[in-house]
Each structure stands twice: as C-alpha cells, then as structure tokens.
Design a protein around this ligand. Structure first.
Ligand SMILES: Cc1cc2nc3c(=O)[nH]c(=O)nc-3n(C[C@H](O)[C@H](O)[C@H](O)COP(=O)(O)O)c2cc1C
Length: 349
C-alpha cells in the first residue's frame, strides 16, 4: 500500500527520477549490515520445486529481471535479494552512451504502461566488468550486448559486438544479443545472423561454454522472425528472449492527445502482454519447442507469468510490472507458480 502510494507520486513526477531514487536507495543500503538478509526475508522466496534447468544452467526459479534497469551491472547483488533467479544487465556497449535527451520515459498510468525512448545509456563495457568483478550475488547474469550508435557500417557494428562479447565472456553466465532496430544497415534478421555467426565462431575459442541468446521484437515481420528462428535452430544459438517493447500504440486507454504529445518511443507494460504471449506461442510452435524461450513483455501478475510458462516459455522476465506492482511481484509470482506447479507438470507430461 505504502509502496503504491510512493510509486504513484514518483511516477507522476518523473519515472526516471523514481528509477534513479530506487537505485540510489539500493546503493545506499548495500553496505549496511543485515540489509541483504532483511530484504531477502521480506521479498525473497525459496522453493526446491521451482528450480529449473535451462541452457544447461540451474536456475533457482523461472523468474528474472529484463534488461534496462541495471545498464552498468552495478546492482547484481542487491537485485538478486528480491528473488530474481537471473538478471539481464545492460544493454552494454563497447564505449559509453548517454542515451537520448530527457524526458525520455513517460508513464501511461491508466494503461499500466511506459513509453521510453531512453536509447542506449551505459558507462561502457569496461565499467560493467569492474562492477561484475565485485559482484557476489547468486543470480545468473545475462549480459545484454549492443553496438555503439556511432557504428553505422556492418563491419563497425560487428566489431562492437565482437569486443563487448569477448570482454564480457568470462564475467557473465549468458550473452544476449540485442539488435538495434533503428539500424538501417541490413534487414534485422540478416544483421542478427551475421553477428551471431561471428559470435558462435568466437565461442569455440573458449574453454567454457556460455549460452548465446537473441532478443527479438514483437514488431519484427513474421517472415523475418521465422527465418531467424530457422537460423538459430541450425546454427547452435541457445535460445530466444521473446520479446521486447513495441512501437505500436494499439488498444490504449490513454488519450490520443497525450500519446501524440509523447511522440516516438517503445511501449512496455500491460498492453504488450497479449501480443508477446502470441509471439511466445508462435516461437514454441514453429521451433517445436527445440529453442528455449525466455518470455518477456507485459507480465504484470503471477497469472500472466504462468500463462507464458503454459505457452511453452522456459523462463519469464519482467521490468514494467516491477515498476508498477513493486518488487513484491517476484515473491507473489513464485508462490503462485509453486502452487500451480503440480498441475503444470501434469500438463507437460
Ligand atoms: C526504461 C527501459 C529501458 C530498457 N532498456 C533495454 C535495454 O537496454 N536492452 C533491452 O534489450 N531491452 C530494454 N528494455 C526492454 C525491456 O527489457 C523489456 O523487453 C520490455 O520493457 C518489455 O517488458 P516489460 O513489459 O516487462 O517491461 C528497456 C525497457 C525500459 C522500460
């Protein structure tokens, strides 16, 4: 109740301020003795029945945090206190990026949604590595990697992914390729294939095997998506994050006037759920369940997380749901999933 009131006031002021304040609070309490224990006591939830193995990695539970909240991998320990079994940190680029001018995150409170045009904003791969070195949390870490905006040619873009991937490889558990959709170098699926080809070749050079995932957008034309899925199955890409925020503004309750005033940006949160559920269903069906899917987009309740898992997703991740419902959403979801697990197991058998 108190969280909801504080969140409402902050969201009215500015979601970016709310975001920054939350991170500052987490940074401030990290040094306090027992802070982690207390937060874990309130928000954490452990259950052996929720453990699941995906990509050859053992996850404590199927719920993770989507990319965007911790672009510099500064808060891996603190975020794992809230019960997430995995964290997608980033997007991380080789060199720092400032992001677009503010304001760049807009709440659509009636719709339980956000429009963001934050762009890439992070301190670069070296800073992320320094933070990852200090991290001792138990959550599985996925690095969401992207290219710098000044890299415009295919060669330059590939070089950026090569650099970020090779520098981060020893410091994270999973590498997730985030393709910049405004890139006009090539069609998205071709660009993705070209980058993934290079990274799959590079992975052979390492002693340890780390899963490589690709994050796909719900706005990607189905033909392109299917081509990319076929490629992933043939090439050895380990899985798909489905999906991202959307550019669509369909079925919103917020007035057209306000939507037009906000202008360009990516929509996340509640209105995205049905679209991304359909995307997950399509991928599971198309790949005949041969490519593990992390479902993402519009998951605002435990029941929606369960729907994504019922649709065939191996794991789920959330972001806007946490901003609207608070970090208690993770525990609520885990308790719910534990309760329905026997019936889910029966369905799958
Ligand atoms: C402020 C903000 C920043 C984001 N930054 C990234 C990012 O850097 N990389 C990425 O792959 N997705 C990013 N996303 C997309 C989220 O990871 C997620 O895919 C999307 O918001 C849909 O999930 P949700 O409805 O649970 O928020 C961002 C989303 C928001 C709201």
């Amino acid at each position: 109740m108190i969280f909801r009131l504080v969140r409402y006031i902050f969201m009215k002021l500015s979601p970016e301020v709310a975001h920054r304040q939350t991170l500052l609070v987490l940074k401030a309490i990290r040094g306090l003795p027992f802070a982690g224990k207390l937060v874990k006591l309130i928000f954490g939830y452990k259950s052996k029945t929720l453990k699941t193995t995906v990509f050859g990695l053992e996850f404590d539970n199927p719920v993770g945090l989507a990319a965007g909240l911790d672009p510099n991998a500064e808060l891996c320990d603190e975020l794992s206190w809230f019960g997430f079994s995995f964290l997608d940190v980033g997007a991380i680029t080789p060199l720092p990026e400032e992001g677009n001018p503010k304001p760049r995150i807009f709440p659509l409170i009636q719709d339980k949604a956000l429009v963001n045009r934050i762009g890439l904003r992070n301190k670069g791969v070296s800073a992320a590595i320094e933070n990852l070195k200090k991290s001792r949390g138990k959550a599985i870490i996925s690095a969401n990697i992207a290219h710098n905006l000044k890299s415009k040619t295919l060669e330059a873009i590939k070089e950026d992914y090569y650099r970020t991937f090779s520098m981060l490889y020893d410091f994270v558990d999973i590498l997730t390729v985030n393709i910049s959709f405004d890139s006009d170098v090539q069609k998205t699926s071709e660009l993705a294939e070209s980058i993934l080809d290079m990274l799959l070749d590079l992975r052979i050079c390492y002693d340890t095997y780390k899963p490589i995932l690709i994050k796909v957008s719900p706005d990607m034309p189905r033909e392109d998506l299917d081509k990319l899925l076929k490629y992933c199955m043939l090439s050895g890409v380990d899985g798909v994050v489905a999906g991202n925020a959307t550019q669509s503004r369909d079925s919103l309750q917020t007035s057209k006037e306000r939507i037009n005033k906000i202008g360009k940006g990516f929509l996340s949160g509640a209105p995205l759920f049905r679209k991304n559920l359909a995307l997950v269903r399509h991928i599971v069906e198309y790949t005949r369940d041969r490519l593990p899917v992390i479902a993402c987009g519009g998951i605002m309740s435990p029941e929606q997380a369960q729907e994504m898992l019922d649709a065939g997703a191996a794991l789920v991740e959330m972001l806007t749901g946490i901003i609207y419902e608070g970090p208690g959403l993770v525990k609520k979801t885990l308790k719910h999933l534990e309760k329905v697990k026997p019936s889910m197991d029966n369905q799958n058998s």
